[in-house]
Write a protein that binds this ligand. Structure first.
Ligand SMILES: [Zn+2]
Length: 236
């Protein structure tokens, strides 16, 4: 009688231990899947430059704002696929200033972008822009950063390096810049990518293409990924 009881207790204990073990295995497998994505737990702000009444740079009949947004949306998709939580400063053809705001429209827009970035508590900020200058000669992308920390520079250099290797359209390096408000205000590593020159007809014809916009976004996302997998900055 005593032995039977002991066996029953043993069996019950084994079942309990086994079921607890299985539960632990399930939990850890889920956790593992979740954390396996390289950008899991990271918040990244993607800022498409300009919008609404502020078209940005112009080349031919192409205006910067719509192309910035197209690249920003692709970038959001790539970053989300890597597990990041992405916050867009805009996801339509609008800037952040009030429509009827009669003061300095652009200033209100930039202040609100900076405010949105601060409230999102991001791990990184990336702003997408395009260039246009009177000469048609210049082409290629360049990444800018506010020179306040080593991490800021490493972030920008890894993005520029990924662009150089993927798009093969430039041999420029990431460059410090002092007067870009949202770069200056952002606490986490932040970079602004001037994706290309709308003033260069060849580059413009590429920038309007969906396939090229995806390629640009993929290049930027590779740079961001390399930053968060703790790669060292490439030497200039
Ligand atoms: Zn711009």
């Amino acid at each position: 009688m005593k032995r039977k009881k002991l066996i029953i207790i043993l069996i019950i204990s084994m079942i309990l231990v086994l079921s607890a073990g299985t539960r632990w295995l399930i939990v850890s497998r889920h956790t593992l899947q979740f954390w396996h994505l390289p950008l899991s737990g990271r918040v990244i702000v993607v800022d498409a430059g300009h919008g609404g009444p502020d078209g940005g740079a112009v080349g031919g009949d192409t205006v910067e704002k719509a192309l910035n947004l197209a690249i920003a949306r692709n970038l959001r998709d790539y970053l989300q696929e890597s597990g990041a939580l992405v916050v867009m400063t805009r996801d339509s053809d609008e800037d952040l200033a009030d429509e009827d705001y009669t003061g300095r429209h652009k200033t209100q827009d930039l202040l609100r972008r900076a405010d949105l970035i601060e409230k999102a508590h991001p791990d990184a900020v990336i702003s997408v822009h395009m260039n246009a200058i009177p000469s048609t000669r210049w082409h290629g992308a360049q990444t800018f950063f506010y020179p306040k920390s080593v991490e800021n520079e490493r972030f920008a250099r890894l993005i520029q390096d990924a662009i150089r290797k993927t798009l093969n359209n430039t041999d420029r390096y990431a460059k410090p810049i002092g007067h870009v408000y949202i770069l200056k205000k952002a606490s986490p590593p932040a970079a602004l990518v001037e994706v290309g020159f709308l003033s260069n007809p060849d580059e413009r014809s590429m920038l309007v293409k969906e396939s090229y916009q995806k390629k640009v976004a993929a290049a930027i996302s590779v740079g961001i990924l390399r930053y968060f997998t703790s790669e060292k900055a490439p030497s200039n």
